[in-house]
Design a binder for this molecule. Sequence first.
Ligand code: 3HC
Length: 335
Amino acid sequence: MYTQALDSPGKDPVAATGEAAERFQARVDADEKIEPKDWMPEAYRQTLIRQISQHAHSEIVGMLPEGNWITRAPSLRRKAVLIAKVQDEGGHGMYLYSAAETLGVSRAQMVEQLLSGAAKYSSIFNYPTLTWADVGAIGWLVDGAAIMNQVPICRCSYGPYARAMVRICREESFHQRQGFEIMMTLARGGAAQKAMAQDALDRWWWPSVMMFGPSDADSKHTAQSMRWKIKRFSNDELRQKFIDVTVPQAHFLGLTLPDAHLRLDEVSGHYEIGPIDWSEFHAVLKGNGPCNRERLEARRAAHAAGEWVREAAAAHARKLEDRAATAQHQERGSP
Ligand code: 3HC
């Protein structure tokens, strides 16, 4: 992720030390919400900009793998639902960019960071959607993982982020169900359909498990983000919750998880998984996943194609401002 060097007068540019920082931490500890105009340590602000903008980019890039299937959805009903879902993701991106803007970064800056390749977005969206079953697997697994990670963010210490997440999570939970329903239809269909569902699970399982980020031992931001209550659970805690919820769902579907080491620990009640291939995760983060280049090219093309819309909207806004200024002059009786 990138680091923005934003000048922000009146805010402590260094770390969280001193009386103001102690008061700030006490407010966080008391579960008070921090609002945009409140004093905050610069590192807290930068951490939020980093996380929220990465999250926003993920929603926007996340429209691409499923958008790929809108024209080929197997029925009108499936197409209507998929269009609505993809639009929801676009809306989530907009709420999140707005939440990040309250911290002093502009949307144009964030978009530039994404298009230049400087900003991270979720690793999961760098995998291809090869069959219709992938749309089901994304809804079930990717949105399922997203909900597990994002419901606790509704209690994040930063007010605008927490409030944006409430609506986002409601919509994500609908997305998860529509994905599961697609998987259930396929799993209960003919042999070819069941095989398609199994193949999608085989390809999406491990990338979904990796979505939660590096293991706690390697996560550089978790400890501080948890002290600030930006994160409420660690990456491994959320990953485990996801696994425990999802494995029985796969069994219910009659599908097999692609992990020979998977076992239920009767004592702890948790599922244990085999080793995660972190080299794949790091390759994707470095831009070498199966679709990294394609995703960025698609975003750059969409941004360029939308240039005239931004220009027209800005011209319209200027016209409205001019009209309002003229009306004010006339009201005051100015010549
Ligand atoms: N993909 C890409 N980068 C990732 C990643 C992933 N799955 N997981 C971690 N990283 C990056 C971090 O951004 C960080 O990079 P940086 O230091 O260069 O900024 C680095 O790996 C180290 O990871 P940490 O665990 O220390 O980082 P965080 O404390 O920020 O935790 C996170 C990572 C759990 C993803 C956290 O940022 C988070 O909870 N973010 C909010 C949720 C989010 O962004 N979800 C993305 C998916 S959204 C989505 O799926 C849309 C839906 O419609 C399906």
